[in-house]
Write a protein that binds this ligand. Structure first.
Ligand code: KIV
Ligand code: ZN
Length: 516
């Protein structure tokens, strides 16, 4: 447990920036706002909200978060270019506390092939970038991109120059996930020994997970003196992702005896935050994922169960409730009342207003009629479905499909579009799901290429709700969709429509528009 001499590690969350760079994980404005609120409740110290110059949508999201989210530092990313830095400042300037994060690659391979700049030019550009950012705001972070593959002497020079120019945090990225723990620790130690002004800045690390070492490397950096760790919920991010927030935080907490460090994270909010990000991005957490995976606290072997019953600490180094896992995963039924439902939703981390609770209660009653026991997972799925913020241009009104061996399925589909209903009857496709998808394409006029389709059950039992996730490609962009039902064809139709609605929300597609 924290002691007065514990070192405080700054948790810099980049779920909404680097995390969003995971293929297929892009989030719309409402989703980012919701995620940002959850991150503040979680207690992150710095929230990197996006890369404002990257697109008008990114700019708007960072600006909205800066204007509306209180209680943390809001950061915007920029290359060492005037237009990037100006855009980052425009986006974050209304934040309660703002940070500009500028970066420039420093490794030989990036200098030679990407930037075509020599070492002196890199230092000059880095200094100019930091100075311009400091002209706007006092909290400036500088990242020498691909620092881990940069010659150590040169890295020291760049870091020193950026601090002289006014950087208050120097972040050492392992951009390609190449480092090993001993090496990472060594880089931080060398910087602390050789950079004369290093005490004027916080040293940060940003580790990618290409070799599965992001958390281990970040811990090694902390052990060597880093004061900030950049991380994401569920470890999402570019390629194999980033250092996972929940893992680094729980490692520091559980092994306080070793690291003597603490963070500001409200660990009981970890599981709700993980569920929310998974639901928003469509990136599911693997069952055996540390801290937040479904199996993380499940004990299967008899000998372990026996030990657990005698004394939980025999096999459990963390308590499930410390990461926000509610102890019982049960059970509401059709006789459960509104108060019990509200209580359960709150325990799962959802703060619903009266109207949201009313809708949830209605949906819960319908579900409880279909299946006897409603588990936490069912409830979370219902809430998350309700919190989905994509405007529903098309909604499923009814469907029927018959199929059998050796014949094309017959499908009837009716969709609601505003106040009107449209319907079709066709004989098509390769199985019932394909037939429903083709009918949806015909009625919406939006034709897509389905690149991923996954079904899993939200809870246990034959009557469990099925959750379908689809990823579709439309005009070179990927869109996700998610649907739930106790009927898996209906869940597939809802997921496909959800993706189509995302497309329609981005670019209103006139009826008949075909994806060439
Ligand atoms: O991985 C990386 O180098 C980055 C920088 C922008 C910090 O994401
Ligand atoms: Zn990164």
């Amino acid at each position: 447990m924290p002691t007065p001499d514990s070192r405080r590690i700054v948790i810099f969350d980049t779920t909404l920036r680097d995390g969003e760079q995971s293929p297929g994980a892009s989030m719309n404005l409402n989703e980012k706002m919701e995620a940002a609120q959850a991150l503040v409740k979680l207690g992150v110290d710095v929230l990197e909200a996006g890369f404002p110059i990257a697109s008008p949508g990114d700019f708007e999201a960072v600006r909205e978060i800066a204007r509306n989210v209180r209680g943390t530092v809001i950061c915007g990313l920029a290359r060492c270019r005037n237009e990037d830095i100006d855009a980052a400042w425009e986006a974050v300037k209304d934040a309660e506390r703002a940070r500009i994060h500028v970066f420039l690659a420093t490794s030989a391979i990036h200098r030679e092939f990407k930037l075509k700049m020599d070492k002196e030019e890199i230092i000059r550009r880095a200094v100019e970038g930091v100075r311009r950012a400091v002209g706007y705001c006092p909290d400036v972070e500088f990242s020498p991109e691909d620092a881990v593959r940069t010659e150590l002497d040169f890295l020291c020079r760049v870091v020193e120059a950026s601090i002289d120019a006014g950087a208050t945090t120097v972040n050492i990225p392992d951009t390609v996930g190449y480092a090993t723990p001993v090496q990472m620790g060594n880089v931080i130690r060398v910087l602390r020994q050789r950079v004369p002004n290093i005490d004027k800045a916080v040293i940060s690390v940003h580790c990618h997970n290409d070799l599965g070492l992001a958390v281990a490397n970040s811990l090694a950096a902390v052990e060597a003196g880093a004061g900030q760790v950049e991380c994401t919920i569920n470890g999402i991010g570019e390629r194999a992702g980033n250092c996972s927030l929940e893992e680094i935080v729980m490692a520091l907490r559980t092994r306080h005896d070793y690291f003597h460090c603490q963070t500001n994270i409200v660990t009981q909010r970890i599981v709700p935050a993980s569920r929310l990000i998974s639901s928003i991005t469509g990136i599911q957490v693997q069952r055996n994922k540390a801290i937040v995976g479904q199996n993380a606290f499940a004990h299967e072997a008899g000998i372990h169960q026996d030990g657990m019953l005698k004394e939980p600490r025999t096999y459990e180094i963390m308590r499930p409730e410390d990461v926000g896992l509610t102890q019982s995963d049960l059970v509401l039924g059709k006789h459960s009342g509104r108060a019990a439902l509200a209580d359960r939703a709150k325990a799962l981390g959802y703060n619903l207003n009266r109207q949201q609770l009313d809708i949830l209660f209605q949906q819960f009653k319908v579900l409880a009629d279909k299946k006897k026991e409603v588990y936490d997972g069912d409830l979370a799925a219902l809430v998350e479905q309700q919190l989905q913020t994509t405007p529903e241009r098309f909604a499923l009104a009814a469907y029927e499909v018959t199929s059998g061996t050796g014949r094309a399925p017959e499908v009837y589909l009716r969709l609601r579009r505003g106040d009107e209903e449209v319907e079709t009857r066709m004989s098509c496709g390769d199985g019932p799901v394909d037939a429903v998808f083709l009918a949806i394409e015909q009625l919406t006029g939006i034709t897509v290429h389905c690149t991923d389709f996954r079904v899993h059950s939200v809870t246990v039992g034959k009557d469990a709700q099925g959750e379908v996730m689809v990823v579709v490609e439309y005009k070179g962009q990927l869109y996700r969709g998610r649907g739930m039902s106790t009927d898996s064809v209906e869940a597939s139709a809802k997921a496909f429509l959800n993706a189509i609605n995302r497309i329609a929300a981005m670019a209103p597609a006139p009826s008949g528009d075909q994806n060439a």
